[in-house]
Design a protein around this ligand. Sequence first.
Ligand code: FE2
Length: 317
Amino acid sequence: MSKQNVFKYKIIFLASLIGIVALLHYVTPTEPHYYHTIHIVLRKLYFLPPVIAAAWFGLRGAISTTAVVSILFSAHALLDWPGNYMEQANQMGELVGFWVIGLMPGWLFDRQRSLLQDLANANEETLLGLVSALDLREHNTRLHSQRVREYTELIADRLGVDEKMKRDIGFGALLHDVGKIAVPDQILLKPGKLTDQEWGEMSKHPEAGYRIVKRIGFLKDAAEVIHAHHEKFDGTGYPRGLKGESIPLGARMFMVADVYDALTSERPYRSPITYEEAAAEIKRLSGSQFDPVMVDTFMAIAPEQMQEIAVRYLDKS
Ligand SMILES: [Fe+2]
């Protein structure tokens, strides 16, 4: 369900809850005693909407909801107890309770959200620092992994995956080559062809990356993308030779994004090619290296959207 829909349903739920409580409260008489008990219980139900609004929408949501509840409740106190100032004062005391119950959790939930956001930002910055260092070591640029992450997320968006999955896949794309930390410089940076033994060392990096990342709770799903980022759709990739849809979805998206970035960005040994040339090359590899569904999804993205990312992460080093 999209964020907007969730928001809409929450508002409808809150409005219905307030409406039902208010209606029952208004129509339940205060006499005889038996009804008065029900009436008092219903009055206590007015505490629910401010608390729910605080949990869902924070302080601002709690204030708006408590204001609506206060208006409905005050009208009832004035209409039901005309001239009975003692009872009206009693009811007004109840109103203060609504505000305390609404504002306190509203403030606490806002604070909790901002702390969680700080934590997420700190995680993000730490990961960016790590991948920038790795990119700089291998490519003499710092932004390859960040561009690939954004391209992969664009494909994920286009395919309509949910937000959590998109974030996990994005982290996988960002950290895809983290296992190269274990590859010695003389192999990683060797200009010519690798010997069989050197290639053996190099080809361990998806597995090494997977082992590093899978221990980190919030990166567990990203670890699957890392493990499979060199698998090919026709089963000729490594390390496990996975084929077709047995390759995790995120890795299948990543493969297209990674090759697109490699072809369209500046490298010391060759100039970048245009979007059209890169797209033709990706299409040529559809079904062999790439999942045709991912290729079609990539093709459906406007070139301007891809280029906007390239401009944002232009390598200047
Ligand atoms: Fe890799």
